[in-house]
Design a protein. Structure first.
Length: 157
């Protein structure tokens, strides 16, 4: 299986993220919030400062990249959310690269990085109709609560 690594993108490399968020198949899971998300160049600077130059450790963002070719296939991130009282994580794999184990590798790499950074628990609120809940279970997350809109999964690191 192709091996993934976490990669800290440069500002000039955010075009991959722009295309990822603009792809309807990749973003179908986000239908309740409008599907695709615009990420125009003029927003890159502020976004980069918030996600990649954060000094407090409250935010972490990386590309999921093939170790061999360096091709990015998705992204993984976490951020502190006062509402959930913990670090909420996100994993997104480009639709055309799904079903090859990248989501699972990505989530495992993210958990390992969070642990190294001193985070003790990750949570994720997953839309109730999103089948990726299974992926989180396989990576050791368990269900903490369920509302009509989402399932909150959590894992102690
Ligand atoms: C969730 C996501 C990252 C999975 O990516 P992927 O590369 O296809 O996942 P994998 O190939 O690593 O699959 C991991 C496991 O989850 C299961 N799985 C993944 N997607 C699934 C789906 N849509 N339905 C059912 N099971 C699924 C697979 O069966 C697999 O199990 P296995 O390892 O025992 O074979 C990808 O579908 C995605 O980007 N979805 C949109 C974003 C999202 O929902 N993120 C999660 C909430 S933040």
């Amino acid at each position: 299986m192709d091996k993934l690594v976490l990669y800290r993108p440069q500002l000039e490399e955010l075009n991959f993220r722009r295309a990822l968020l603009a792809d309807p198949d990749t973003m179908a899971y986000n239908h309740a919030y409008g599907g695709t998300v615009a990420f125009p160049r003029e927003r890159w600077g502020d976004w980069y400062a918030r996600w990649l130059e954060d000094e407090t450790g409250g935010r972490f963002y990386r590309y999921l990249r093939l170790e061999g070719t360096g091709e990015p296939v998705g992204e993984a991130a976490y951020h502190y959310d006062g509402g959930f009282g913990g670090y909420v994580c996100d994993v997104l794999v480009s639709a055309r690269h799904r079903g090859r184990g990248f989501g699972r590798q990505g989530l495992e790499l993210l958990c390992a990085a969070a642990r190294e950074n001193g985070v003790t628990r990750l949570v994720d609120n997953i839309a109730i109709d999103n089948p990726s809940v299974e992926l989180f279970r396989k990576c050791g997350f368990r269900e903490r609560l369920r509302t009509e809109e989402y399932i909150l999964m959590e894992k102690d690191l």
